[in-house]
Design a protein around this ligand. Structure first.
Ligand code: SR1
Ligand code: MG
Length: 405
């Protein structure tokens, strides 16, 4: 019977009408007979998202559903198990770093739905940065979140057996497959001919990206790390569209790409997207304080991550071999090198690839060409020499100025 319901549920995609009935049946959340309204919030590529709200009490929940394909391209099949990865990882993140993610109220394995906290008082960070809003606390809080997530799910804290058991819960081949293809292969080869380049820049992209052997080499290095290094549980898609923020704090969400991977992938994703905000501010002649804040945040993320991870190591690590002061420094250097390299790759893939960012696509048309070129040149420079940027993110200023001339 369970199998039949599961099969049926593949066709039972929620709508604004059925989501109300679905929410009403969540025991104890809404009062019986309460008038409920529903709006669809889906705007990502992958899932369906609804807000169900009581007209009387104003209480509300978010319902997120995964179907057997992508929302934006329904002909592209994608495992509906992805929602399970999201729920399991969000629950674990909430345990390791309380209040860092939305609360999950309920997970329905049959319908592939989860019901979660509605963060009405928060906004998507990317959208806030499009308005040049600054968040002075962000760097410290996000590094605390990442250092704790990576430390408590890695070998400096867990036993070999516990880490392997955790890894079993996060074998996520389909979503990793998207990243392997979209981030690490399509953006350097365009082998599926799906990259989207503004008219007139094909030759520039060929020369700068697709035909650059050194860049290809670095993509190969980082892709092989992504596919083999299992340092810790990672969020797997921590761009600024996967972060809710307000003046009090942030909440990470959309962690369906979570798996045991290279910790630097998460740091790189956030750094790359802060750099998009920086480039946009330069192109639009935005406030100096915003530009300064975005670069300072990157510097602080790198420094605080290192500091917090080391503090956790000193306080908790027991393994007599791994408790090695000189090695932890080497380890963190390599995580941060991998982070900046992935920041560069994130910039390149979001510029030439199919999955773009509003920071660039929302610009007035006459600014697109120069911004596109600037992003690619900066992304390439960082990917080729990540350590220079770990040591001094300030060099981005001069580079961007030169690229925009
Ligand atoms: C096909 S999904 C495209 C992108 O959206 C997600 O947020 C991930 O970043 C993925 O690479
Ligand atoms: Mg997403």
């Amino acid at each position: 019977m369970k199998g039949k319901i599961a099969l049926y549920s593949k066709y039972f995609q929620l709508t604004t009408e059925t989501a109300v009935g679905y929410a009403r049946n969540i025991a104890g959340f809404f009062n019986p007979g309460e008038q409920l309204s529903c709006s669809e919030l889906s705007d990502g590529n992958i899932n369906y998202v609804f807000r169900v709200e009581s007209l009387e009490s104003q209480k509300s929940v978010i319902i997120k559903q995964a179907t057997g394909s992508m929302r934006s391209s329904t002909h592209m099949e994608l495992t509906d198990e992805r929602i399970g990865f999201e729920v399991r990882s969000l629950r674990l993140m909430d345990r390791l770093v309380p209040n860092s993610v939305p609360k999950i109220y309920r997970y329905d394995e049959i319908m592939k739905c989860c019901v979660m906290e509605d963060l009405k008082d928060y906004s998507v960070m990317r959208q806030e940065m499009l308005k040049f809003c600054e968040f002075p606390f962000f760097a410290e809080k996000i590094s605390d979140f990442l250092a704790k997530l990576h430390y408590f799910t890695g070998v400096f804290y867990l036993s070999g057996a516990d880490k392997k058991n955790l890894a079993k819960d996060f074998v996520n081949p389909e979503l990793c497959g998207i990243t392997e293809r979209l981030v690490y292969t399509e953006s350097i080869t365009n082998y599926l001919w799906r990259n989207v380049v503004p008219e007139g820049l094909d030759e520039f992209v060929q020369e700068t990206i697709y035909c650059c052997k050194d860049l290809h080499h670095e993509f190969a290095r980082r892709k092989s790390e992504f596919m083999t290094i299992s340092q810790s549980l990672i969020h797997g898609d921590l761009h600024t569209g996967s972060i809710f923020i307000n003046n009090d704090g942030f909440k990470a969400f959309d962690s369906e790409f979570a798996f045991m991977g290279p910790s630097g992938y998460d740091i790189g994703c956030i750094v790359g997207n802060l750099l998009f905000a920086y480039i946009r501010a330069c192109v639009l002649n935005g406030p100096e304080s915003f530009k300064q804040w975005s670069l300072d945040s990157i510097r602080e993320i790198v420094n605080s991550y290192r500091k917090i991870f080391k503090m956790l190591f000193e306080k908790n690590t027991q393994d007599p071999t791994l408790k090695c002061e000189s090695f932890i420094d080497d380890y963190l250097n390599s995580v941060l090198e991998c982070s900046l390299a992935n920041a560069g790759i994130e910039i390149i893939r979001r510029t030439v690839g199919k999955a773009k960012v509003d920071d660039i696509t929302d610009l007035p048309e006459k600014l697109i060409l120069e911004t596109f070129k600037c992003s690619l040149l900066l992304g390439k420079e960082i990917t080729l020499s990540p350590v220079d940027f770990v040591q001094n993110i300030g060099i981005v200023r001069q580079l961007v100025e030169d690229y925009l001339k």
